[in-house]
Design a protein around this ligand. Structure first.
Ligand code: SAM
Length: 243
């Protein structure tokens, strides 16, 4: 994957990203169908430069992500799923993605260990963290790791209060239209050969010695395990809680 830089000054941030991805930095726009671009806005993934739906750029300060964070106290379903608790929890987000849900947990005052398997998503999100950290002090409570969360979990499980799982939903025509981001994530995972078996993934956590698992599911999907303790039902998604 090439990284196209619009300005010629390579800073330490892009040097770190290029090292992590083992990618070349180029100064002429690549002719390839997908590449990364680094400019004054930070890092973006380009699938089709003529189609804004095919560009993935993460910003925790503006747009939908910024809006959700400001309204963290109103994210009543995620709050309900966490349960009444005045203590600071340590939450393990095993499917970090664009970090949207983790940012809500952080805004609610909790500590989060968030793990993302994709190198490209990890770099896009790390760059967004880099740009936002002086404005979002709660980011100091985040440990963001690029790995397979099943491996990380084995090392860290003793210190965790909650495991949060939000595996990719099956792509339907309806949700592709709804979220350009889901579309871009799916493409990135395909590029990196990271499409894995969702049932196996969920079982690795369900079969472990956990305190609490919150599993996010499409509203109408089948229950994965019958021992659900309670559910929090939203408009299009639900949280299945296992204690
Ligand atoms: C639906 S997205 C999660 C969205 C996320 N909750 C958010 O708020 O942005 C699922 C993510 O989980 C990641 N994932 C799936 N299996 C994983 C694993 N074994 N280890 C780490 N990340 C994984 C995928 O790469 C994908 O980015």
């Amino acid at each position: 994957m090439q990284i196209y830089i619009k300005k010629e000054n390579i800073d330490q941030n892009i040097q770190n990203i290029s090292d992590h991805l083992e990618s070349n930095i180029v100064f002429d726009e690549p002719k390839k169908s997908h590449y990364l671009v680094y400019d004054s806005n930070g890092l973006s993934f380009i699938k089709d430069s003529k189609n804004p739906r095919e560009i993935l750029h993460i910003n925790f300060l503006k747009g939908a992500l910024g809006w959700r964070m400001k309204r963290a106290q109103h994210e009543s379903n995620l709050k309900k799923a966490l349960g009444k608790n005045n203590d600071q929890l340590t939450i393990f987000d095993a499917t970090a993605g664009l970090l949207t849900d983790t940012m809500i947990f952080l805004s609610l005052g909790h500590k989060v260990i968030a793990v993302e398997q994709s190198k490209i998503l990890f770099c896009l999100v790390s760059d967004a963290i880099f740009r936002a950290k002086k404005d979002i002090p709660e980011l100091k409570n985040l440990d963001f790791i690029n790995d397979n969360s099943i491996n990380v979990y084995k090392k860290k499980h003793q210190q965790l209060d909650v495991i949060y799982l939000d595996p990719m939903y099956p792509i339907t025509k309806k949700n592709i239209k709804k979220s350009g981001n889901i579309n871009a994530i799916t493409k990135i995972l395909k590029l990196e050969n990271l499409e894995n078996n969702e049932d196996e993934f969920i079982s690795s956590f369900m079969e472990s010695n956990y305190k609490k698992i919150i599993l996010k599911r499409p509203l109408k999907s089948k229950k994965n395990y019958s021992n659900i303790n309670y559910q929090v039902i939203g408009k299009t998604t639900r949280f299945d809680i296992y204690l």
